[in-house]
Design a protein around this ligand. Structure first.
Ligand code: ADE
Length: 225
């Protein structure tokens, strides 16, 4: 998979890909992540990427021309399955969307900034608009990092068996069950007996019940889906 991220703040997007699972995924060539500074596609001497709103109103708007130039340059090199715009008024990211995107070959992620982008970009270039939650960030970069993390860890081969994404929360619309490790007794705080029974069908049944109870308590909306 190849991910091209278009941003006015590439420096904000470096570190998420320089550690842990995402770093390893890139090193093992399971994914390529390329950052593109939108200012490199600006057409005036000031490297402008934003301008005032037509009709008046506070806040600057990202201009169509640099975005068009950047996307067109990328599309000349290869076809893209998705061009995603990160915006608080997009569809809220969930595990289902992450699963779908993890199967794509090439995607572009455009990070919104200022008041947002010229609507013509959204109407004519963008295939999907994604929000990472009902709150407003200063820009789409952190959202893009969250999206990349959620997607990349699902690419086959990125996680080993022991950390398989199949047992993650949300994969079957249930939260993950409680987990424990040593010591068995910490100052009187005990680990549930069932986990030492050696009876794996019973342990599995217990985990399913716990996952269901936890979902019912914390996220009953997931059970309606
Ligand atoms: N840009 C600003 N807020 C955002 C959000 N909640 N999700 C994605 N991109 C954003």
């Amino acid at each position: 998979m190849r991910i091209d991220i278009i941003t006015v703040l590439p420096e904000l997007l470096k570190s998420p890909f320089e550690a842990s699972i995402l770093k390893r995924a890139i090193e093992s060539k399971l994914v390529e992540v390329h950052l593109h500074n939108l200012r490199d596609y600006a057409t005036d001497n000031y490297k402008s990427v934003d301008d005032y709103q037509f009709g008046g109103g506070a806040g600057m708007v990202m201009m169509i021309e640099p975005i068009d130039k950047c996307i067109s340059a990328l599309k000349e090199e290869r076809p893209y399955d998705e061009i995603i715009y990160m915006t608080p008024d997009g569809k809220t990211l969930n595990q289902g969307i992450a699963n779908q995107l993890s199967l794509k070959e090439n995607i572009i992620i455009l990070c919104g900034h200022y008041k947002g982008v010229d609507q013509r970009v959204r109407d004519h270039y963008i295939s999907r608009e994604i929000s990472i939650g009902d709150y407003v960030l200063s820009g789409g970069e952190l959202g893009a990092a969250v999206l990349c993390d959620a997607v990349i860890r699902l690419i086959p081969g990125v996680l080993g068996n022991e950390t398989s994404a199949l047992t993650d929360s949300f994969q079957d619309n249930l939260l993950a069950p409680p987990i424990y490790t040593r010591p068995r007794d910490y100052n009187g705080l005990q680990v549930p007996e069932i986990l030492f029974s050696g009876n794996f069908p019973e342990i599995e049944k217990w985990r399913e019940e716990q996952a269901y109870e936890r979902t019912k308590t914390h996220r009953p909306d997931l059970l309606d889906e």
